[in-house]
Design a protein around this ligand. Structure first.
Ligand code: SIN
Length: 287
């Protein structure tokens, strides 16, 4: 348990990333002090988890709005009655799941999402865990030579290959889950190493799903170094693993972490509701 909190209990899940929080009930509302401490834990651990929350979609939205402005994901199926909530769904007959490879949400946007708030409505009996990795730890454990090189670089991110017209060729079970292929026109250039807007710490900011190449480099030149960075960034020791139960909630910082949803529960239903919170343009580690 971590000390320094007066109104919540914070239990880290691993050395570098993730903490479980207890002592709050989102349906009843959080006091100013509780919310301040929850935010403090979020900044300290990159992703925080709360169990046994029994909330309606309206309460989910109300809670999310305390974190900032909601940014609606353009590609995920939305909850029909609450279009600002995206569904992360896998039906019993479906084979693929959403978010199965390491990524950070919305890095293809000019001002990428600050965070995401994922709430478990239905989970499989076993499986469907989510892994998170610390991008602070990934950066800190690079050599000085590599850090100095990456500190001056920028990388291009895109939604086109991931959500555009050709993204789902060969995948027959995305129907009803992902769509809006014509909206996949976002590209953005971000520093490869960012100075985190809240913590001021340096974090690696390239991800396997959306980073296309380094600025000024060809794709062929970029890929070997990107592959090296991904292998490094997703090392077990930089990660934590969250085992969901119905009513659990995760709030992650898209600038400090990446995540990956395991797809090991074929034949079972999993339904998560996700709200994404707007962020800002990202600053480089060196000006
Ligand atoms: C996501 O990538 O947002 C989904 C994560 C999950 O379903 O665990």
């Amino acid at each position: 348990m971590t000390t320094g909190y007066k109104t919540i209990l914070v239990t880290p899940l691993s050395r570098f990333v993730g903490a479980e929080i207890s002592g709050i009930n989102i349906a009843e509302g959080l006091s100013k002090q509780q919310f301040l401490e929850v935010k403090q834990a979020f900044v300290a651990h990159g992703v925080i988890f709360m169990r046994n929350q029994n909330i309606t979609p309206d309460q989910h939205i109300e809670f999310a709005e305390r974190w900032g402005e909601i940014t609606v994901n353009r590609f995920f199926q939305a909850v029909a009655s609450h279009p600002v909530i995206a569904e992360v769904r896998k039906e019993v007959h479906q084979k693929s799941n959403i978010g199965s490879s390491w990524h950070t949400d919305h890095s293809y946007d000019y001002a990428p999402a600050m965070g995401s708030i994922l709430y478990a409505r239905a989970v499989p009996k076993v499986g469907g865990d989510t892994l998170f990795s610390s991008m602070y730890a990934a950066y800190d454990h690079l050599s000085d030579g590599m850090k100095n090189t990456l500190n001056r670089m920028r990388a291009e991110h895109s939604s086109r290959h991931a959500f555009g017209a050709t993204a789902y060729v060969g995948l027959d079970d995305v129907e009803g889950r992902l769509g809006n292929v014509t909206k996949a026109t976002q590209d953005a250039v971000h520093p490869v190493v960012i100075k985190h807007p809240l913590s001021g710490k340096l974090a690696l900011y390239v991800n396997g799903d959306f980073t296309v190449k380094f600025e000024g480099w060809s794709k062929q030149e970029s890929q070997p170094l990107l592959d090296y960075l991904y292998l490094h960034a997703y090392k077990n020791e930089f990660t934590c693993r969250f085992k969901w139960t119905q009513g659990s909630m995760a709030i992650w910082d898209n600038r400090a972490t990446q995540h990956c949803a395991l797809n090991d529960y074929d034949g079972e239903f999993r339904l998560m509701h996700r709200i994404t919170i707007s962020g800002e343009c990202l600053e480089p580690s060196v000006m």
